[in-house]
Write a protein that binds this ligand. Structure first.
Ligand code: NAP
Length: 249
């Protein structure tokens, strides 16, 4: 029987651990060929080993997202090999400093914006033509409630501001592709999940009270499928609902 993502070419950033790893494995399980990007080469090789045990393989891209020229080269390499990209999951992110706005060092702020915002814009710039060349290009940006809920974000200012900017990039890209292509663009909010990032934010929390990334991954896979039709919307895992953008009252 044909798998839902059979032969789809899928780039997943932050695939070395946590949510991105779970998404990469889920997309592969559903038939996609995964291009797995992160800095930690050994962790990417473990994904490839896991897939090879099931007769599949991944394309590994050990890369720092702050190397913006490398993101341009990645687009060219995907074009040379496949001439298109079916799925782009912009998952990689950093939490950054957990401290009052007035205490954040400028380099720490800039690092959060480089990874969470600029790298994702550079990837849109590099991959747009490839997504449009697909018969059903899908982009999913992994965001956070922090981007739209500033009242809750004391001490997470850099992260919250970066996710608000990411939300704007995704909605803008959705608006730019909705009428002129078959590309569909979603934001996906996992809520608190059992990962290294969450443990860094909440060191005293029992991780076992949290849901696992493997539960969220099939929801992202559904948004990557050719039959997904929504665009410019926000999927919230906690409520399992697709929401439109709500401007402040
Ligand atoms: P995580 O466990 O810390 O994993 C982050 C991933 O991003 C890793 O694979 C890491 O790979 C990659 N990454 C970080 N900086 C990078 C860089 N400069 N270049 C390339 N890759 C980089 O975090 P997570 O919890 O899975 O988070 C994934 C996404 O979900 C993030 O966007 C996060 O904001 C969002 N999110 C998470 C939660 C949660 O509760 N976990 C809640 C809401 C939103 P390397 O270190 O190998 O490079």
């Amino acid at each position: 029987m044909l798998q839902p993502l059979e032969n789809r070419i899928a780039l997943v950033t932050g695939a070395s651990r946590g949510i991105g790893r779970a998404i990469a494995l889920e997309l592969a399980k559903q038939g996609a060929h995964v291009i797995a990007l992160a800095r930690t080469q050994g962790a990417l090789e473990e994904i490839d080993d896991e897939l090879r045990a099931h007769g599949q393989e991944a394309t590994l891209v050990p890369c720092d997202l702050k190397d913006f020229d490398a993101l341009d080269r990645l687009g060219l390499a995907i074009h040379e090999r496949w001439k298109k990209l079916d799925i782009f999951v912009a998952n990689a992110g950093v939490l950054g400093p957990v401290s009052p706005l007035s205490h954040i060092d400028p380099p720490a702020w800039e690092n959060v914006f480089a990874v969470n915002v600029t790298a994702n814009w550079r990837l849109v710039r590099s991959l747009d033509g490839l997504l449009r060349a697909s018969n059903a290009g899908r982009a999913v940006f992994v965001t956070s409630g922090a981007g739209s809920n500033a009242a809750m974000n004391a001490y997470m200012g850099a992260y919250a501001a970066s996710k608000a900017a990411l939300d704007a990039i995704a909605r803008t890209y959705a608006a730019e592709t909705a009428e002129t292509s078959r590309v569909r663009v979603m934001l996906a909010n996992p809520g608190p999940l059992r990962t290294k990032m969450r443990a860094a934010l909440m060191p005293g929390e029992d991780p076992m009270v949290l849901r696992a990334p493997e539960e969220f991954a099939p929801k992202v896979a559904a948004m990557c499928a050719p039959d997904w039709s929504e665009t410019g919307k926000f999927y919230d895992f906690k409520t399992d609902a697709v929401k439109g953008f709500r401007a402040p009252a």
